[in-house]
Ligand binder design. Structure first.
Ligand code: C2E
Ligand code: MG
Ligand code: MG
Length: 729
């Protein structure tokens, strides 16, 4: 409620100082204390005075007055006390000393003194108490007073406590900008920030990266542990993110389990990749929420202005596409935006459609990879690996289509087909070679799985102990009771269980103790790293093997390609090996031939040493030399060099620039040269693109290209020209 305006309108200018010494009533009394005017008027005045006193006492509002110099001549007692002063002590104090300006930015710094010197009237001016310990906000109104001759005599005014309104307004504006659960900036806030950052940076030609994050399996935690646990988890996620990113204002929760980070002035994809990897590693560590342990993962999409978009809409859409790609590539990964992702997203949708018909069309088959005893070189079993030969696209890797099948609800018919076919094939083999079948976590979560397995065994007549089901650690992330029940139901059928891809996920040894596994399969990446000098993976593998032996489990090392890896694996006492060093997956016909020939042993063969991080590929790129652009094909690529084809007779020592597209330029020197192939070394090392590929750290800025059309004109030429020293092959 407002103070009554009556007081402001009563423009009696004289004697205020003295009157107020006697309290508010004094203002309406004559100098000698006797009431003025006739009896009726006196009564009315008296009534008014009592009303005003009641009003003062109610704390709803208060009154003040000053002399011509702005010094207090009256202030309501209760308010003076709230300010931690006696009203008598405050009299004579300049009014302006009672208050602080409204905000710290100085916008209203001069308002009150300014208004007072101008002798202007003011209404509900918000002011903060200047006294220590008094955290109140006041809305102050005042009217200048003049005597009969028109001389300014001071002010009279009123005030209200607006602290509560002010706080709730602050809360509301906080709510409008921040996520109430995590305290991070909200979607509205971060998108405004991104807009303004990008606008300013475009003028200054600076770069700005954004990361979009989406938690993996968060829904599972929410569903099994409940929403309060989900909330607690999100808070911890926010804390971990802040620890890595540092700048609180640049991290936001967009809603649900999605987060966004703005990273000004970073375009180095090496650094961004490292940061994304740190975020993934940190967020994938176990959480303790409400007494339960849970594990989630995160996928990250990265887009960088100005390379991947200039407007915030473009940048966010492209980061989202990169995020989608990271998820599609198996989750728990990061991915940089690149323009082929638009095509990849299209392709994925098309593949999903085609996958629906693939089984009926007979495009799906099984191939079998031998699992070999590492000491005797005897094949003890095979792993069934599903193969899809697409009518137009040819072979498509299960690493690509299994996640699609999982998402499109096709994994169940596909998985059932694989299981039945593998059992049928295995039942036809001479001897007692085992067959391993991969079971998706989605199949594992379906209570019908034991029934399907039992049916497959019954219809094919395969002995249960010849069937091994491979499952990954992610099955432990669901409902513990249901998981244990599933383990029991499967073991009751007499089948064997293997833990697949150990070393890629959470690698908790606790799972090994509690779940009835017959075998642990150590993932390829884990073994690969073990051969790198200084790696501790060797020691960890030794510990896993020791534990497995104690628990009477077998161990299989996956993806062994070179003889040095095989050596290491044997030294570490890993009992079985599956990898190209023994055999690639083979078609069923070939397997039958070996199996029928009697006991099947394989002599290991392969490169002496693992060539780390070398990718075989077939990719057309540009090579720029002397302002000419040639088209070359990259046959293999590592972080430090490549093997290219497409130009003839390039002398060793020649330098040129490889154009990988999208502003990715690498300076290279020819180190080896045969007629049509060159081994080249890069001047700047490439970095991981998060999805098993490589990309350049830096890209040529679109600003630079726009500014320097002359020197980069060769980059834009679509075809190549031949020169005397270089000829197209
Ligand atoms: P996985 O179960 O870990 O299978 C091993 C993968 O490693 C196979 O790839 C195999 O061909 C490959 N591999 C084996 N030795 C080597 C080696 O020395 N070097 C290299 N570079 N690779 C090697 P593949 O067949 O592409 O399968 C990939 C993944 O797809 C499998 O990983 C498995 O998770 C999934 N998958 C395959 N078949 C099925 C299936 O029938 N059902 C389900 N649910 N998943 C399947
Ligand atoms: Mg497997
Ligand atoms: Mg595996």
């Amino acid at each position: 409620m407002e103070a009554p305006s009556r007081m402001d309108c009563d423009d009696r200018g004289d004697d205020q100082a003295e009157d107020s010494q006697r309290g508010f009533l004094g203002m309406f009394s004559s100098r000698n204390g006797k009431p003025r005017g006739d009896a009726a008027a006196n009564l009315r005045t008296h009534e008014a005075l009592l009303l005003l006193r009641n009003y003062e006492e109610s704390g709803e509002g208060w009154f003040w007055s000053t002399d011509a110099k702005g010094r207090l001549t009256y202030i309501t007692d209760s308010v003076a006390q709230l300010m931690g002063r006696m009203s008598g002590k405050l009299l004579g104090t300049p009014l302006v000393d009672l208050f602080l300006p409204v905000d710290g930015r100085g916008e209203r710094q001069r308002t009150l003194p300014f208004l007072l010197t101008k002798q202007s009237k003011f209404d509900k001016l918000p002011l903060r108490s200047a006294f220590e310990g008094d955290d109140r906000w006041w809305a102050i109104s005042g009217r200048p007073q003049f005597d009969a001759s028109g001389k300014f005599t001071g002010y009279r005014g009123s005030g209200n406590d607006v602290t509560a309104q002010r706080r709730s307004a602050e809360d509301a504006s906080r709510l409008a900008l921040y996520d109430s659960l995590t305290g991070l900036a909200n979607r509205f806030n971060i998108s405004k920030k991104l807009d303004s950052t990008l606008a300013a940076f475009a003028q200054q030609q600076r770069s700005c990266a954004i990361m979009l994050l989406d938690l993996d399996r968060f829904k599972q935690v929410n569903d099994t542990l409940g929403h309060p646990a989900g909330d607690a988890l999100l808070k911890q996620v926010a804390e971990r993110l802040l620890k890595i990113v540092g700048d609180r204002e640049m991290v936001s929760r967009l809603g649900g389990d999605e987060f966004q980070i703005i990273l000004p002035d970073i375009e180095d994809r090496g650094k961004l990749g490292d940061m994304a990897a740190d975020i993934i590693a940190s967020l994938s560590q176990p959480y303790s929420v409400e007494g339960s342990r849970c594990i989630i993962g995160v996928s990250v999409g990265v887009a960088i202005a100005p390379f991947d978009g200039l407007s915030s809409d473009d940048l966010v859409r492209n980061a989202d596409l990169a995020l989608y790609a990271a998820k599609g590539n198996g989750r728990g990964r990061f991915s940089f935006y690149s323009s082929d992702l638009h095509q990849a997203a299209e392709q994925r949708r098309a593949l999903e459609d085609d996958l629906r018909d693939a089984l009926v069309r007979g495009e799906i088959e099984l191939s079998y990879q031998p699992v070999v005893n590492s000491r005797s070189n005897m094949v003890t079993g095979v792993e069934a690996l599903v193969r899809w030969t697409h009518r137009d696209r040819g072979m498509i890797s299960p690493a690509v289509f299994i996640p699609i099948a999982e998402e499109a609800n096709l994994i169940w018919p596909l998985g059932e087909w694989v299981l039945r076919k593998a059992c049928e094939d295995a039942a036809s083999w001479p001897g007692d070679m085992r067959v391993a079948v991969n079971v998706s976590p989605i199949q594992f979560a379906n209570a019908d799985l034991p029934k399907i397995v039992a049916q497959a065994l019954a219809t094919t007549g395969l002995a249960p102990d010849r069937l091994e089901l491979e499952i990954t650690e992610s099955v432990f992330l669901g409902d513990t009771a249901a998981t244990n029940q599933m383990f029991k139901a499967l073991k009751d059928l007499g089948v064997r269980l293997a833990l697949d891809d150990f070393g890629t996920g959470y690698s908790s040894l606790a799972y090994l103790q509690s779940a009835p596994f017959d075998k642990i399969k150590i993932d390829q990446s884990f073994v690969r790293d073990a051969t790198i000098p200084g790696s501790r993976n060797g020691a960890i593998i030794a510990a896993i093997v020791a534990l497995a032996e104690a628990l009477e489990m077998e161990t299989t090392a996956e993806g062994i390609e070179s003889l040095d890896q095989l050596d290491l694996i044997r030294k570490l006492n890993v009992s079985h090996v599956q990898g190209y060093v023994y055999s690639k997956p083979v078609p069923h016909g070939e397997l039958i031939e070996h199996a029928e020939a009697g006991s099947w042993t394989i002599k290991p063969a392969g490169p002496a040493r693992q060539r780390n991080d070398r990718f075989s590929l077939f990719r057309q790129v540009g090579a720029i030399h002397d302002n000419h652009r040639y088209s070359v094909v990259i046959r293999n690529l590592s972080t430090t060099g490549a093997f290219i084809e497409g130009i003839l007779e390039v002398p060793v020592g020649t330098q040129f620039v490889l154009d990988f597209g999208e502003g990715q330029l690498v300076t290279a020197t020819v180190r080896r040269s045969t007629k049509h192939q060159q081994g080249i070394e890069f001047e700047q090392t490439m970095v991981s693109d998060g999805n098993g590929g490589l990309c350049t750290r830096h890209r040529v800025s679109p600003y630079l290209i726009a500014a320097a059309i002359q020197p980069t004109s060769a980059l834009a030429l679509p075809s190549f020209t031949t020169t005397n020293d270089w000829k197209a092959a």
